[in-house]
Design a protein around this ligand. Sequence first.
Ligand SMILES: Nc1ncnc2c1ncn2[C@@H]1O[C@H](COP(=O)(O)OP(=O)(O)OP(=O)(O)O)[C@@H](O)[C@H]1O
Length: 259
Amino acid sequence: MSDTIATSGARAALTLRGVHKSFGDAHIIRGVNLELREGERHAVIGPNGAGKSTLFHLISGQFQPSSGQITLGDRPIQGMDARAINRLGMARSFQITNIFPGLSVFENLRFGVMRRHGLQYTFWKRISRSAGVTHETEQLIEQLRLGRHRDTLGGELSYSEQRSLEIGMALASDPAVLLLDEPMAGMSREETEYTVGLIRDLTAGRSLMIVEHDMEVVFSLSDRISVLVYGEIIATGTPDEIRANVQVQEAYLGTEVTA
Ligand SMILES: Nc1ncnc2c1ncn2[C@@H]1O[C@H](COP(=O)(O)OP(=O)(O)OP(=O)(O)O)[C@@H](O)[C@H]1O
């Protein structure tokens, strides 16, 4: 197994050391060491049931680790709840959307931008009209390529547009670490290609950890890939290194990492 923690030169945005998680007798995450470097796109792949979602739940605070350390930048976050971790700069985008279907694209994103500034509810009406918030929101809409849908209700967008908006809501908080959980799930090939391009643009220079089943997406988007099998990371490396890794090929029976 490659030891990314020992060999990394770049600063770590997120680090997991010896992380375990058991549910009763079921030992699901078995001593995971993982490092997300600042500014890299890092995918976690693995067979069904390997523990990818559990790992994301541990990182984002939905689950607490049974043991081990998780640090966001230099700050230990294991044991904190999801809201506290979010406030420290971790944003997670779920398959199930976090958007408000009855608000327009503009209103949704403005909400995200205002939340980032920590504006209190009672002041919102006044501050929501502030030029700074409006400008940031408009910029985000352009980055998301949702300009022509500025005034469309979230609930009336197509599925892939809703996913774009959802990613935008996560980015509105300008997170230090962005977690994307199967962003392409349920998308057609065309929508997937579009969304990969969008994610690539939106996450340039950001620290992104992504779980995704579509291997073509994983191999084209990632700077590095970690492979989780039965709750253990069996390899971490560049897409080329992972493609050439015999242990990984065996874990996937040589079929799924050919992208
Ligand atoms: N709350 C829980 N209680 C008990 N077992 C759980 C719980 N959550 C997950 N598990 C078990 O942990 C294992 C890993 O599940 P997880 O959903 O993390 O895998 P995954 O790699 O994300 O799978 P998939 O690719 O199918 O989404 C499974 O055997 C699952 O049944």
